[in-house]
Design a protein around this ligand. Sequence first.
Ligand SMILES: Nc1ncnc2c1ncn2[C@@H]1O[C@H](COP(=O)(O)OP(=O)(O)O)[C@@H](O)[C@H]1O
Ligand SMILES: O=C(O)C1=C[C@@H](OP(=O)(O)O)[C@@H](O)[C@H](O)C1
Ligand SMILES: [Mg+2]
Length: 175
Amino acid sequence: METPIFLIGYMGSGKTTLGKKLARKMDMPFIDLDEYIVQEIGMTIPQYFQINGEDKFRALERQYLHQLAGKQAIISTGGGTPCFYDNMAWINRHGLSIYLAHSPKGLWSRLIKTDRESRPILAGKSPEELLDFITEKLAERSPYYSQAQLSINQLNSKIDDIVNEIMSHITVASR
Ligand SMILES: Nc1ncnc2c1ncn2[C@@H]1O[C@H](COP(=O)(O)OP(=O)(O)O)[C@@H](O)[C@H]1O
Ligand SMILES: O=C(O)C1=C[C@@H](OP(=O)(O)O)[C@@H](O)[C@H](O)C1
Ligand SMILES: [Mg+2]
C-alpha cells in the first residue's frame, strides 16, 4: 500500500492491538497516534487531560494526525480522532480508513478488564455506568465511524482471524 492505513473505532475496538499485528504481518511500520502524542509531549494522555482538558487534547490530536500525511504505515488512531474537526474527511483524503466495528456489550466486556484510568474518558465509572456511557457515545460517534472506506464487523472473531480478514480486503483494495 502506498498510503497510510488508518484504523478507527471506539475505545476497546482493538485498533492498537490489531494495528501492531497487522503491521508485523504486512511488514509495514506501525504508528499509534496516542503513543506518538505521548512521546512528543512527554506526558501521558490522562496527565494531559487533567492539566489541559479535552478541547486542548483534540487540537493536539489533530495537529499530530496531520503530521502523518504520506506515511506508508499502519496507523491506529484514538477512539475520538475521527469525531472532531474535519478529521474523518482528512483521514479519507489521506489514506485508507478501516472501521473496527463492535457492539457496546462487546466493547464493554473488553474495557471492563483493562486499566480504565489510562483512558481518561472512562475513568471512575461503575460497570453499569460504563455500559450506558459506551452505548450512548458509540451511537453519537457512529456517523463518523461509518464514513470509513471499509468496515470490519468483529462479532466474536479471534484477533488473528480479524487480522487475516483485514489483510484480504487490503489486498483487494490495492489491486
Ligand atoms: N479481537 C479481540 N478479541 C479479544 N480481545 C481483544 C481483541 N482486540 C482487542 N482486544 C483487547 O481489548 C483491549 C483493548 O484493545 P486495544 O487494542 O487497546 O483497543 P483500542 O486501541 O481500540 O482502544 C485490550 O486488552 C486487548 O487485548
Ligand atoms: O475515545 C476517545 O475519546 C479516546 C480514546 C483513546 O484511544 P483508544 O481508542 O486507543 O483507547 C485516547 O485517544 C483518549 O483516551 C481518548
Ligand atoms: Mg489504542
